[in-house]
Design a protein around this ligand. Structure first.
Ligand SMILES: NC(=O)c1ccc[n+]([C@@H]2O[C@H](COP(=O)([O-])OP(=O)(O)OC[C@H]3O[C@@H](n4cnc5c(N)ncnc54)[C@H](OP(=O)(O)O)[C@@H]3O)[C@@H](O)[C@H]2O)c1
Length: 331
């Protein structure tokens, strides 16, 4: 298949570009970072630098294709609503327009389960449950992007929207690196004792979900799917597993949720007052993410996409460690 990938210079998009290329698909990888772009080119993958906020650059990067995987997005845990809106909403709109101009009629969009976050514990959430009205800018703007894609169906552009939770694996520069960084301190901060139950997703399982999407029947398109390893864990177990695999000490220290939330609010205020010079150690979004349970049903993906998460939570971390070791050896 000829597949265009946006955000192919980022963690998820790069993994997809490499694995789908290795499986014999013709990939056009796009993104802003020329440095990562050159590494993709070295691997034999076609790369075109492209900013999704610049319609001219999108025009020259896109050409006719069987399908587009839209991974580009603003993923930071901080930033103003308009910063998120620009990339996640305006950027997605531009990508849909560029697809229309190039007769690309199928889009797979990597959205997020952050749209489910309500500030309360939620278990086994399905895709059809009502969504909270109040959202953090990230979740809110990803949800608007989903709506943009859903409206494009009227004009013949079909989409599959995936909501994978806490993705980890090779090229991940966020989740596992942050856990390892925190383990270097005297105590490892665990909000609410790390009791919150969460889903996590290794990149191999997400890639297999995407493969299933490529082969999915028409009736499985224009739908939203939760994606995870299908094995929820407590935050405490998640972090201790990672540290065990990386042979690092785990010295947890409980931080009550309300205290962490209040502290994060003050940090965000100071950051805003200093026009971003002060970087908050935690944000209300990240505290909510770690202190509230959010587990999801993946039954719909099993039924309609034939999704089977074949890699366990632990195996995913082991693979990531092996990959990091290979990287170090080749340096
Ligand atoms: N990682 C997770 O756990 C997770 C979970 C659920 C959903 N998601 C979603 O999955 C997608 C990919 O996430 P990720 O973890 O791979 O994030 P990431 O590593 O931060 O990658 C983001 C990608 O978006 C690109 N991008 C940002 N602004 C752009 C712009 N204006 N024009 C063109 N490209 C732009 C970046 O390009 P450059 O680096 O070249 O600037 C990068 O390739 C995101 O949409 C995110 O919402 C991620």
């Amino acid at each position: 298949m000829k597949i265009i990938i946006t955000g192919a210079t980022g963690f998820i998009g790069r993994n997809l570009a490499e694995s789908l290329h290795d499986e014999g698909n013709q990939i056009t990888a796009t993104g802003r970072s020329r440095q990562v772009g050159n590494q993709l080119i070295k691997r034999g993958i076609e790369f075109t630098a492209c900013d999704i906020l610049d319609q001219d650059s999108l025009k020259s990067a896109f050409s006719a294709a069987d399908l587009l995987i839209h991974c580009a997005g603003r993923t930071a845990d901080r930033g103003s609503y308009s910063e998120f809106y620009q990339v996640n909403v305006v950027g997605t709109r531009n990508v849909i327009d560029a697809c229309r101009q190039n007769d690309i009629s199928r889009i797979i969009f990597i959205s997020t389960p952050s749209v489910y976050y309500s500030g309360s514990d939620r278990f086994n959430v399905t895709e059809s449950e009502p969504l909270p009205r109040k959202q953090f800018p990230y979740g809110k703007t990803k949800l608007i992007a989903e709506e943009e894609l859903q409206s494009a169906a009227k004009e013949g552009i079909s989409s599959i929207i995936l909501r994978p939770r806490a993705v980890y694996g090779r090229y991940d520069g966020t989740i596992v690196p942050r856990i390892l960084e925190l383990s270097a301190g005297k105590k490892f901060p665990l909000i609410n004792g790390g009791e919150a139950m969460v889903d996590i997703t290794c990149i191999e399982n997400l890639a297999s979900a995407i493969r299933n999407c490529l082969a999915a029947p028409v009736s499985s398109w224009n739908q939203v799917y939760n994606i995870s390893n299908g094995d929820p864990v407590s935050v405490r177990e998640w972090f201790s597993t990672v540290l065990d695999i990386f042979n690092r000490p785990f010295r947890p220290k409980n931080i009550p949720g309300p205290l962490a939330y209040g502290f994060a609010g003050v940090m965000e205020f100071l950051s805003k007052m200093s026009q971003g010079r002060i970087k908050p150690a935690m944000t209300r979004f990240s505290v909510g993410y770690m202190s509230r349970s959010l587990t999801m049903s993946i039954e719909k993906a099993r039924q309609k996409l034939g999704y089977r998460p074949g890699i366990s939570n632990r195996e995913g971390f082991l693979r990531y460690r092996e990959w990091l070791e290979e990287q170090k050896e080749s340096e």
